[in-house]
Ligand binder design. Structure first.
Ligand code: 6PG
Length: 469
């Protein structure tokens, strides 16, 4: 019997996805560049699932029923192109390749065009949820063409995470829409992670709380409106002790954050499309700053921080909690706005309501807040702010956020993402920004012209005229 689907790339994500598909009753052929990985996978992890290992790419392709469906779970970048080139000689028009990695959307755009021209089908599919999600139900964000999607829809719906609103998978949109949406998912992920980290920083260095106590607080928050995967793992992380030293695990982990690029790509795309995503941008910047550990250590000796311990109080904990809610909201606001703009600009035809639905389960940014966002999202209100109820929801928390920012400033704690959420909101709700002065400056030094508030047209004046000296 031929296999229903093939999977290439047996790192942990690939292994888990293959097992997930097989456990839903589909026969899966697998292939990996190095045979040893395939052998180990079959030996150690395949227990009765219908998974057929292959050690030759041609045999692998021939083991699949037609039209062939092949999921690539290989590293983003050149490995994806290499694998596609390797496959092509054995495929027939109408066969489908699905790239399930974190590919850059422009790569997906190029591959989609190239493969479509050759008569093949292609889906660029965002897969979120890490190793656990891949095995037990990820959030899937496939984009490409409806026709390609319909070939694998039944499989994808079965392996995806489930919520009361259905499986966390939908056809996201045309061409590279799936990978674009996954990229923004990661941008939001960066902003929320950094917001949580800033709150933790205040708890650690201003409130002087033991990690166990911080854990209890995050745990309590997770049972309310902040309920989310990232808050959940935070309280679990803070509970964990290092086996060697007995210290809290977070205290023995070096404060230098890594990144594989998806957050940075989100900011780059946002800057190119002209959509403000300050919280995402600053989350990326803060990871970059964290990298300069040696510089920070040297500079910290030159500048002694002013820190005065603040007593923990119920009020201030509520301020922290409300600030995190506010920051999370702004991360989604910026991300959804960016997706909406990209959808228009690139004719993706993305359904924003559906995107939020498939983020309700399986993915890293799943959060109770998404239910609230879904009540207000629309193409006309992609940033979610244009609603009296939303504004009052935020207004109720603005006092808390101000207080947290005040305490952070007084204690010289960097809070780039919490303050970016505040400034983003305050800028958007300001009728008259000081950009008039910027226009005047531009016109002064470069005759770049300006518009006037009182009449139509473009103007330029000679700014030096009449000046004395
Ligand atoms: C997911 C995650 C995942 C991402 C890692 C690491 O949705 O499951 O977003 O796709 O690759 O979390 O990302 P960084 O290395 O850039 O932090």
């Amino acid at each position: 019997v031929k296999s229903s689907i093939g999977l290439i790339g047996l790192a942990v994500m690939g292994q888990n996805l293959a097992l997930n598909i097989a456990r839903k009753g589909y026969k899966v052929s697998v292939f990996n560049r190095t045979a040893q990985k395939t052998e180990e996978f079959v030996k150690n992890r395949v227990k009765g699932e219908e998974i057929e290992p292959h050690y030759d790419i041609k045999d692998f392709v021939e083991s699949l029923e037609r039209p062939r469906k092949i999921i690539l779970m290989v590293k983003a970048g050149k490995p994806v192109d290499d694998t596609i080139s390797q496959l092509l000689p054995y495929l027939e028009p109408g066969d489908l390749i699905i790239d399930g990695g974190n590919s850059h959307y422009l790569d997906t755009e190029r591959r989609f065009k190239d493969l479509t021209e050759k008569g093949f089908l292609f889906l660029g599919m965002g897969v979120s949820g890490g190793e656990y999600g891949a095995l037990h139900g990820p959030s899937l964000m496939p984009g490409g063409s409806k026709k390609a999607y319909s070939l694998v829809e039944d499989i994808l719906l079965k392996i995806a995470a489930k919520t009361e609103d259905g499986p966390c998978c939908t056809y996201v949109g045309e061409r590279s829409a799936g990978h674009f949406v996954k990229m923004v998912h990661n941008g939001i992920e960066y902003a929320i992670m950094q917001s949580i980290a800033e709150i933790y920083h205040i708890m650690r260095d201003v409130l002087d709380l033991p990690t166990d106590e911080m854990s209890d607080i995050f745990k309590e928050w997770n049972s309310g409106e902040l309920n989310s995967f990232l808050v959940e793992i935070t309280y679990k992380i803070l509970k964990r002790k290092d086996e060697e030293t007995g210290k809290p695990m977070v205290d023995v982990i070096l404060d230098r954050a890594e990144q594989k690029g998806t957050g940075k790509w989100t900011s780059q795309a946002a800057l190119d499309l002209g959509i403000p995503t300050p919280s995402i941008n600053l989350a990326v910047v803060e990871r970059i700053i964290s990298h300069f550990k040696e510089e920070r250590t040297k500079l910290s000796k030159l500048y002694n921080k002013r820190r005065s311990a603040l007593q923990k109080s119920e009020e201030f904990l509520k301020d922290l909690k409300d600030s995190l809610f506010f920051a999370m909201f702004m991360a989604f606001s910026q991300g959804m706005w960016l997706i909406s703009e990209a959808s228009k600009e690139f004719s993706y035809n993305v359904d924003l309501f559906e995107v939020l639905r498939i983020w309700k389960g399986g993915c890293i940014i799943r959060a109770k807040l998404i239910d609230t966002l879904r009540r207000y999202i629309s193409d006309e209100n992609a940033h979610l702010l244009e609603s009296e109820e939303v504004i009052s929801l935020l207004k109720e928390r603005i006092g808390s956020l101000k207080n947290v920012l005040k305490v952070s400033i007084e204690n010289e704690i960097p809070v780039p993402v919490l303050s970016s959420a505040y400034n983003y909101f305050m800028s958007l709700t300001e009728e008259r920004l000081p950009a008039n002065l910027i226009q005047a400056q531009r016109d002064f030094f470069g005759a770049h012209t300006f518009e006037r508030v009182d009449k139509e047209g473009v103007f330029h004046i000679n700014w030096e005229e009449g000046e004395i000296g």
